[in-house]
Design a protein around this ligand. Structure first.
Ligand code: NAD
Length: 484
């Protein structure tokens, strides 16, 4: 084992819970990197106690002082980018450029949190003579963040900087598949001056998450992961009357019009479907090819075939994921779809035990096929044909998901039409991965998000705070009126 057993962090100290352990694998080699504890409700309780102990001091610290920690943390993320990116590559498998992008994005998320003092200044107005109303934002209290495997550093940083800048104390439950990065996040925050107890890390799986949903000492739960688990977590947390924002899976449709710029469309679409081995909730999954788009498809196939697994495309997360993705492709082929580019059976020299699958493009898929409807979460793009933009939008709208959608066209009116009518929370024009960047918020619609608000950007302020409305009258001459 390259790394010591993963530990929880409670009240600023790293501790080993008395819990069963799970092996942690390097997806590029299949080798065991470490072991992660599957924490219990007792461990969650210890984290909640530590968070509550820190809460009065932290929430009582002025926000301008709190964000000083985050300024330093941002600098530390940048300073340690090579080391952090290498760790992400090791535990998640993504290639170095993708791992570095994840760290850079974490710095951008932290930069936004540093700007929160300018955004939560509150409001004040004299509402009648001598009477003043003001609104101030208060922390929610002890909150939790449950995160998935596909961004071991970035997704925890969707929630941590904003939640703690706004005065909350947090319990992070990272994915048990990628638990190593969380320790470095905590260590860098500690180095930046974060007081003990403001951020706890509890490792584990279902049992720990259920304990987070059930614990009366946790006021809010943010979740990012698959739709199936997002629904479970949303239902369970809200059944205990706590606020919950649960982001789920995706099936993103990219509509390609015949007038699309061939090179721009082909390169952006292939980058979207193959980046991070297709394991992004914003990845292109279904291309809806409108009328004659053969020129784009031919070029896409060239671009995808030129990609070198192991260099341009990393492995998928696990042997089970590789098997699931391969099964989807086999099934589509058996149902009559055409495999244009086939990534099955990929082997990388020297890493033969790694979980590799090359970019795969499948044409003549029909909307009723399983591969056109379900999230595959691998470097696989299916092409569904449509006669016009209305039919393309019907196909997009029929998906129960609603994370992202894009259109590739040179026509402003078609672009606007798709932006208005796509049933997705994040839409793009000539962009393969339409992720909004700060200060804009990230968040989908439909079965890609349960709960109100967004997880990042300005939209997250409402989730991580509660507004207090204050009405005051000091002016004795103000008298009494119908509102008194
Ligand atoms: P997952 O749902 O399997 O796991 C997410 C988290 O839930 C992990 O921390 C895991 O330990 C926990 N968990 C798993 N099963 C549980 C259960 N039964 N009860 C309670 N907790 C449970 O997701 P994953 O495989 O780690 O991540 C991939 C998924 O995440 C994809 O569906 C992807 O689209 C989605 N995702 C969505 C977004 C978004 O913003 N919408 C972003 C990233 C990833």
């Amino acid at each position: 084992m390259k790394y010591a057993e993963v530990q929880n962090c409670i009240g600023g100290a790293f501790v080993s819970p008395d819990a069963p352990k799970l092996d942690v694998y390097d997806p590029s080699s299949g080798r065991i990197l470490s072991r992660v504890p599957l924490s219990s409700a007792r461990d969650v309780d210890a984290a909640v106690i530590a968070a509550h102990a820190a809460l009065p001091g932290w929430s009582g610290t002025p926000i301008k002082e709190r964000v000083q920690v985050l300024y330093r943390y941002k600098t530390l993320l940048e300073k340690h980018i090579d080391e952090l990116a290498a760790l992400v590559t090791e535990e998640n498998g993504k290639i170095t450029s993708e791992a570095r992008a994840e760290v850079l994005k974490s710095a951008e998320l932290t930069e936004f949190a540093c700007s929160l003092p300018q955004l939560v200044t509150g409001e004040v107005l004299e509402v009648s003579r001598g009477v003043e109303c003001r609104v101030e934002h208060y922390p929610v209290g002890v909150v939790a963040s449950v995160t998935p495997f596909n961004f071991p550093i970035m997704v925890p940083n969707w929630s941590i900087p904003n939640a703690i800048a706004l005065g909350n104390c947090m319990i992070l439950k990272p994915s048990e598949l990628v638990p190593l990065s969380a320790r470095r996040i905590v260590e860098l925050l500690q180095e930046a001056g974060l007081p003990p107890g403001v951020l706890q890390v509890v490792h584990g799986g279902q049992e720990a998450v259920e304990a987070i949903c059930d614990h009366p000492g946790i006021a809010a739960v943010s979740f990012v992961g698959s739709t199936k688990v997002a629904q479970i977590v949303y239902r369970r947390a809200t059944s205990h009357l706590k606020r919950c924002l649960a982001l789920g899976g995706a099936k993103n449709h990219l509509i390609v019009m015949p007038d699309a710029d061939r090179e721009m469309a082909a390169t952006n679409i292939v980058a979207s479907m193959s980046g991070c081995a297709g394991q992004r909730c914003m990845a292109a999954s279904v291309m809806v090819a409108v009328a004659d788009t053969e020129h784009v498809i031919t070029r896409m196939a060239e671009v995808a075939r030129a990609m070198v697994p192991g260099t341009d495309v990393g492995p998928v997360i696990s042997a089970a994921a590789l098997e699931r993705i391969t099964r989807y492709i086999d099934e589509a082929e058996a149902a009559g779809a055409t495999i244009v580019v086939d990534g099955r059976g990929t082997k990388v020299a020297g890493r033969e035990e790694g979980y590799y699958i090359g970019p795969t493009i499948i044409d003549h898929v029909t909307p009723d096929m399983r591969i056109a409807q379900e999230e595959v979460f691998g470097p696989v793009l299916v092409i569904v044909r449509a006669k016009d933009v209305s039919e393309a939008l019907e196909i997009e709208n029929a998906s129960p998901y609603g994370n992202a959608a894009s259109v590739f066209t040179e026509s402003g009116s078609v672009a606007r039409y798709v932006m208005e009518h796509a049933s997705a929370g994040m839409v793009g024009v000539n962009v393969g991965v339409p992720v909004p960047r700060e200060p804009f918020s990230f968040g989908g619609w439909n079965d890609s998000r349960f709960g109100v608000g967004d997880i990042t950007g300005k939209g997250s302020i409402g989730f991580w705070t509660q507004a207090k409305k204050m009405t005051t009258k000091w002016n004795k001459e103000a008298g009494v009126n119908w509102m008194s």
